[in-house]
Design a protein around this ligand. Structure first.
Ligand SMILES: *Cc1c(COP(=O)(O)O)cnc(C)c1O
Length: 440
């Protein structure tokens, strides 16, 4: 959208290095974060932002799309030396772990999609989560978090935290009273997932925001299961939103990446952790993520369309016990889903009659969905929590979080609904209970 040259643009919006360093610093904090283009696309619709925000055509050759800046380091000039000296290295290109034009491009697109001042990409969702959490707490800190967190995040709070002299209380994310009661004088952060895995609870984010405000705490949410345009948690008052970009944001099951987005002040606090822990995203992965993001809104519409049709089909099938899809009236959180979610996603969880052995047979008879964990890819992915994501839990622990025998975790891709329905129809027919041989 911008006709200005890429580097000239970045440099012209940042103050020239003036003699009075502190004055420049005051000016700098009024900017919304490293970016390369004019911010025109940020005022437009989400699909327009997905295509145009952050993306920068190559000024030298006219090549369309952001070039891949596959470099580890940048030629130092007086401006860079000055930036290092005066402490605003984040706003210059110096070394790719610190920042790279390919990262800035995708960060700007992500910020525009989330409605954030600033965004930062990482080499994985877990890198985003660990850097963000550890940037926002001090030694001795206590965190209140959900009891059914993503496994890696659970391990951060349960295994890493004690070794760092920190602690966490894990609470049912439905139970706002218990969440508030778990807050201690040392509590510094609330950490929750907006839609939980695999039972797809829709968490009361406005309720959590109210608790965070009452106690003057920061609220960080993992919105991997509800990317924009499904939900934009910053608009609901959340402080920082995190995603595993390996899922819907990239959408093609071909990279691992993470993002944290929020006010520039907080994202700037996370940056030193990115430098110290080293989880920066490779320029080529930035290119893939930027390309994936261009179709995010249109992909989400396709995910929703196929998932809705398939969920309705499964709900009416005699071999299916129960279907959990927040956009269907049968989901326990349907009312909240209608209030907080702009649209559905591709995640459908269901329970087949006949328990885990029937579920295993179902997977073997399906042709289209690939048996794999993860979610949010253009291809349908299917797995059973009992032998994959929640395999280390006991059957009782699984039952406590709603994973009963026969539970199937399905991420509906963007395939035609009719083909998916036909595939499930034949596979469910094939797992019909074997009749006991009758002796004539
Ligand atoms: C996958 C996932 C993560 C971890 O992301 P990686 O990119 O695999 O590091 C975190 N949270 C949720 C909800 C996830 O699904």
């Amino acid at each position: 959208m911008s006709k200005k040259p890429i580097l000239g643009d970045a440099y012209s919006t940042a103050p020239n290095r003036p003699a009075e360093g502190w004055l420049a610093d005051l000016k700098r904090t009024r900017q919304s974060g490293p970016f390369m283009s004019d911010r025109h696309a940020h005022d437009m619709g989400l699909s327009t932002r997905a295509v145009h925000a952050g993306t920068h055509d190559d000024p030298r050759t006219g090549a369309v799309g952001t070039p891949i800046y596959q470099c580890s380091t940048f030629i130092l000039n007086e401006d860079q030396y000055g930036a290092v000296e005066d402490g605003y290295a984040r706003d210059r290109f110096i070394y790719s772990r610190y920042g790279n034009p390919s990262q800035w491009a995708v960060q700007e697109k992500l910020a525009a999609l989330e409605g954030a001042e600033s965004a930062m990409v990482f080499s994985s969702g877990m890198a985003a989560i660990t850097a963000t959490v550890l940037a926002l707490v001090d030694k001795g800190a206590h965190v209140v978090a959900a009891s059914d967190l993503y496994g890696g995040t659970y391990n951060l709070f349960n295994q890493e935290f004690p070794t760092l002299g920190m602690s966490a209380t894990l609470v049912d994310s439905y139970d706002l009273d218990a969440i508030e009661a778990a807050i201690q004088p040392e509590t510094q952060l609330l950490y929750f997932e907006v839609i939980t895995n695999p039972v797809l609870k829709v968490v009361d984010i406005p309720g959590l925001v109210a608790i965070a405000r009452r106690h003057n705490l920061r609220l960080v949410v993992d919105s991997t299961f509800a990317p924009p345009p499904v939900m934009r948690p910053l608009e609901l008052g959340v402080d920082v939103v995190i995603h595993s970009a390996s899922k819907y944001l990239n959408g093609h099951s071909d990279l691992i990446a993470g993002v944290a987005a929020g006010p520039r002040k907080l994202i700037d606090m996370i940056w030193p952790r990115l430098l110290n822990y080293g989880g920066s995203l490779d320029p080529h992965a930035c290119f893939l993520l930027e390309r994936g993001l261009k179709t995010l809104p249109i992909r989400m519409r396709a995910h929703e369309e196929s998932a809705t049709a398939l969920a309705k089909f499964l709900e009416g099938h005699p071999r299916v016990e129960k279907v959990l899809y927040p956009m269907l009236p049968s989901h326990p959180d349907h009312a909240r889903a209608k209030q907080l979610m702009k649209m559905g996603t591709g995640n459908v969880t269901f329970f087949v009659k006949g328990g885990d052995s029937a579920a295993l047979r179902l997977l073997d008879h399906l042709h289209l969905p690939k048996q794999a964990t993860s979610l949010g890819g253009v291809e349908s992915l299917i797995s059973l929590p009992f032998n994959s994501s929640q395999a280390t839990m006991t059957a009782r622990q699984r039952a406590e979080i709603g994973i009963h025998p026969g539970c199937v975790r399905l991420s509906v891709g963007i395939e035609d609904a009719a083909d998916l329905i036909a595939d499930f129809e034949q596979a469910l027919a094939a797992i019909a209970p074997v009749k006991e041989p009758t002796h004539a």
